[in-house]
Design a protein around this ligand. Structure first.
Ligand code: PBG
Length: 341
């Protein structure tokens, strides 16, 4: 059968200069605006925040200028500000008062994230609250799971603790839980524990394609979650592997993920594009701490136009196929979009 759309497209593309002059459509701002294929809106962004114990605390994060660890009272202010800018969701990371080998702070009913979720949901019930589900911020060894005697991560034992963590977040009021530990089977473990607890409406945003990346460096300072020995290469993926990334995405979709995440974003735009083509689930991309830090550092030196570079970066992630962009630029970008509108 002849595809009339494909025919039309081919015809248009046969025109050559001087008949074809692409610059005709770039001549004036209104035309350029009309022809724009990808646009950003504040509702595309998820704003990640680090929550720390105490009151009225706001501790700047050195390698992430403009970001801070905030106490729960200030977190509510962050939520209010984000919501007033049109941002719909926050992603919470916690800094527990104490760490131990089993990461008990991650699933303590009165843990820092549980407290933060409850406070946010009571002050701002309409804001979407997403929680990161991992043990690395809560273990004294800094690994994403519990360790065996030989120092390797005990995958299946860790699944139980991740599931407990997710259920405790749901009990506190979380709308979406986001497992980031890269343990095999983590999405299924969370889904079945949530369902067994009656939390059938809590969604799972899976860190599905998560690479072992140098671009998490600033985050590990912010979340105090650097491994005390070794690295994360036994569970996070080799950034060279695109086909393996597709297998991870497929497994998480099969395990019941509601949203599939690709992380980091910028060095992996090809994975985002492939994920977009292969799945009809919503795709999220994490514009990670190192991507944020690079741009801020260059701008602070006067080497880049910060506003333009920020919007160009976020637009590239959306254009590649992300529906949701997790970014520390969320508030700044939302403000810029408002000014432009
Ligand atoms: C927790 C987690 C990490 C990030 C998100 N969740 C760190 C890691 O895997 O080491 C990184 C986010 C960022 O760099 O902005 N496991």
């Amino acid at each position: 059968m002849v595809d009339p759309f494909a025919l039309g497209r081919a015809d248009a593309e046969t025109a050559r200069f001087p008949q074809a002059r692409p610059r005709r459509l770039r001549r004036m701002p209104a035309l350029r605006d009309m022809m724009r294929e990808t646009s950003l809106r504040p509702a595309d962004f998820v704003y990640p925040v680090f929550v720390t114990p105490g009151r009225d605390a706001r501790i700047p994060i050195g390698p992430m200028p403009g970001q801070a660890q905030v106490s729960v009272d200030n977190l509510v202010r962050e939520g209010e500000e984000a919501a007033s800018l049109g941002i719909r969701a926050l992603l919470l990371f916690g800094l527990p008062p104490r760490k131990d080998a089993l990461g008990t702070g991650a699933y303590a009913p009165d843990g820092i994230v549980q407290e933060a979720v409850a406070a946010l949901k009571s002050a701002l019930p309409g804001l979407v609250v997403i929680t990161d589900v991992c043990l690395c911020e809560y273990t004294d060894h800094g690994h994403c799971g519990t360790l065996r005697a030989d120092g390797s991560i005990a995958n299946d034992e860790t699944l139980d603790l991740l599931a407990r963590t997710a259920v405790s977040h749901a009990e506190a009021g979380a709308d979406v839980v986001a497992p980031s530990a890269m343990m095999d089977g983590q999405v299924a473990a969370l889904r079945s524990a949530l369902d067994a607890g009656g939390w059938t409406d809590v969604a799972v945003m899976a860190y599905a394609s998560k690479m072992a990346s140098a671009f998490y460096g600033p985050f590990r300072a912010a979340a105090d979650s650097a491994p005390q020995s070794g690295d994360r290469k036994s569970h996070q993926m080799d950034g060279a592997n695109a086909r393996e990334a597709m297998r991870e995405l497929r497994q998480d979709a099969a395990e019941g993920a509601d949203i599939l995440m690709v992380k980091p974003a910028l060095a992996y735009l090809d994975i985002i594009a492939r994920a977009r083509g292969a799945f009809d689930l919503p795709i999220a991309a994490y514009n990670v701490s190192g991507e944020y830090a690079m741009l801020r550092a260059a701008a602070a030196n006067g080497w880049l136009d910060e506003r333009a570079a920020m919007l160009e970066t976020l637009t590239s992630i959306k254009r590649a196929g992300a529906d949701v962009i997790i970014t520390y630029f969320a508030k700044d970008a939302a403000r810029l979009l408002r000014e432009e509108a």
